[in-house]
Design a protein around this ligand. Sequence first.
Ligand SMILES: *Cc1c(COP(=O)(O)O)cnc(C)c1O
Length: 427
Amino acid sequence: MTDLKFDTLQVHAGSSPDPATGARQTPIYQSTAYVFRDADHAARLFNLEEVGFIYSRLTNPTVAVLQERIATLEGGAGAVCCSSGHAAQIMALFPLMGPGKNVVASTRLYGGTVTQFSQTIRRFGWSATFVDFDDEDAVRAAIDDDTRAIFCESIANPGGYVTDIPAIAAIADAAGLPLIVDNTSATPYLCRPIEHGATLVVHSTTKYLTGNGTVTGGAIVDSGKFDWMASDKFPSLSQPEPAYHGLTFAEALGPMAFTFHSIAIGLRDLGMTMNPQAAHYTLMGIETLSLRMERHVANARKVAAWLEGHDAVKAVTYAGLPSSPYAERAERLYPKGAGGLFTVALKAGYEGCVKFVDSLELFSHVANLGDTRSLVIHSASTTHRQLTEEQQIAAGAAPDVVRLSIGIEDADDLIADLEQALAKVSA
Ligand SMILES: *Cc1c(COP(=O)(O)O)cnc(C)c1O
């Protein structure tokens, strides 16, 4: 059957009954290595002439099902899973960058990504130039001869901001550069960045794709559409790759070049591999992705609207609210909803936020998002406490702001919990 819809693909894509046992659920293939049929078979696998399993640092049958599932849901040519969302980001940049090269990145990113890009990648000789992605001229101006990628989030953590992906993709295209979109907060149910012109999509599968707060993981999806041979900027893909006996990936593997490079060199040499247990938990979660996202969005809309009308609340930033400056863009590009994450600022300031978070009963105070459970964090006293107040404000984590990740519980129960906690703040 062809032309299957999202709800069908999230359950079936990439999987079929186990050929050996008939097992209907994808088994956890807990095996490090796979027996070669003969020496010729082994040679063909190592030459990438035949697809198969060699060693689980590179490929594993359980992980392979998840890779195909995610690639299908995102509308990509192929996908590679890795050990975390942060691993996926490094792995996505790895074939593109080199010493002295830079990535032009949005200022509105997950806090951990800001640190990874502004500090840690410098050790590889890479750098990031941060710019406001609402200012298209500034994005164009930030691109120089050493730029090798453009990076943004679709719905940017901690919420309230949605990126105009088609506009950014047009800039990347004109510059002959790949656009990488972190689609963690939106998920392919709410946004498919490749349809809007993205080259690569990265995920923290830790969040909504798994959905139940059990395992960390990441994924890179390649659209298969970027022409790596069009310039001399991407020699790892367009020229003989010395790290793989001189294979020219773009020539030998066409639209699967990036995916195979990420496995044959990225996973082989960086070793940021997803384990089959994690893949299994994520496969279980992804089967219900659309059902959960619909509820996350419906609950977030209801809770955000209620909070916006509360006396103790200074501001709510949720692109799904008509009052948001991004309401029109969200409606146009994210018609199924603006996700389940947003921030709320309290009139009672830092101390009020601490009291609020401590008074909540259903919401868990954790450094995570995208769980079935509702979560809350006061960034200024936790994840962002090392930053100056100025940096906290720039990161959307001002002292009077808390971030909510709205779960799939009954929205009225969530509102009742918020109401009793806000009453304690005002008392
Ligand atoms: C959590 C997160 C990451 C990092 O993912 P890990 O799985 O924690 O490494 C990256 N981007 C976004 C938007 C995230 O929410």
